[in-house]
Design a protein around this ligand. Structure first.
Ligand code: APR
Length: 308
């Protein structure tokens, strides 16, 4: 039996996610949006790419949650993107309403699904999805760390003129200006990056990573990033469907890990068929721990505003 993925939101992130899922033949894809015609049109267009690209997966666009029934994974991308000058936090209330409405419906039609939340502000929206769905914490995952880490890896590879595949590392904390890239745990073909790049260069890369979303917004002017965000969400779907037990930085509901409780924050997790199968706790220096706490406090403030 083919697996089924619902992508909520047929905008830039949602449609690109559906495109990547179909190309990788990860399962049948349902694209749902409130706009009439847009998900149907994009879904049909993607379906008609099948004979050329060589995939048999079905892609269907809809406005009806009945079509999403019994999805294995739901990728939540509906919401408003950031406009220039807008912080992720400005989006908070508007996107909370969107997430609440959509997650209520999709969690009823797919009660066994694993939810991957992409809508910003990410950590707060993941927490909203967790509360609204009532799903167990292993089945609600926020996509942020994979994207932030991809940006971080890109900049390091560029600075060293090496393959991006050689660069391993992760970014902790909330998906915002307070995110915490950790150079101490960043390696290039096994070599600590701190041996290869001077501190000032690394600091500049860390700063650029934290502003990575805003950099794209400033260039696009009419919206926010979608190629790398969709690639990140699809890597998570692939890890779940193929039960890879892949360690990826994701927003997870913490209950005491890293000294944080009752909050979604980005940490390394093991992703497999059951969703988050383990939260990996690593030792942090007092400075790293302080930076993580500051980042978690920023998430806590947002979560407090919407009361989730
Ligand atoms: N249910 C379903 N779809 C909705 C709803 C809703 N309640 N409200 C809005 N949408 C749809 C819009 O109609 C639109 O098609 O969500 C889509 C959003 O698409 P874009 O405006 O292109 O935004 P996008 O760039 O895809 O970003 C979506 O992902 O990365 C985050 O910050 C980004 O929060 C933003 C989200």
């Amino acid at each position: 039996m083919r697996r089924k993925v619902t992508v909520v939101g047929a905008g830039n992130v949602g449609a690109t996610t559906a495109h990547r899922l179909a190309d990788k033949q990860l399962g049948d894809v349902v694209l749902i949006d409130i706009l009439e015609g847009v998900p149907q049109g994009k879904g049909l267009d993607l379906l008609e790419s099948g004979p050329i690209e060589g995939y048999d997966v079905r892609v269907k666009g809809t406005n009806d949650y009945a079509d999403t029934a019994n999805s294995d994974v739901v990728v939540m991308t509906a919401g408003f993107p950031r406009k220039p000058g807008m912080s992720r936090d400005d989006l908070l209330k508007a996107n909370y309403d969107v997430v609440k409405t959509a997650i209520e419906k999709v969690s009823q039609s797919s009660p066994e699904a694993i939810l991957i939340v992409v809508t910003n502000p990410l950590d707060a929206m993941a927490q909203a999805a967790y509360r609204v769905s009532g799903f167990s914490k292993n089945r609600v995952i926020g996509m942020a760390g994979v994207l932030d880490t991809a940006r971080y890896r890109t900049f390091i590879a560029e600075a060293l003129d090496v393959s991006v595949q050689n660069v391993q590392g992760f970014v902790l904390g909330g998906h915002g200006d307070t995110m915490v890239p950790v150079p101490r745990y960043t390696t290039v073909a096994g070599i600590p990056v701190t041996e290869l790049l001077p501190k000032d260069k690394l600091d500049a890369i860390i700063k650029r990573t934290a502003g990575g979303g805003a950099e794209i917004v400033a260039l696009l002017k009419t919206g926010s990033a979608y190629y790398a965000p969709s690639a990140a969400a699809v890597e998570m779907v692939e890890a779940i469907f193929n039960d890879r037990k892949k360690i990826l930085p994701c927003a997870a509901y913490l209950e005491g890990e890293y000294g944080i409780s009752g909050l979604f924050v980005g940490v390394p997790v093991k992703l497999g068929a059951r969703g988050i199968e383990q939260i990996i706790e690593i030792k942090l220096t007092p400075e790293e721990q302080t930076a993580l706490k500051k980042s978690a406090d920023a998430v806590k403030e947002l979560v407090g505003v919407i009361g989730v």
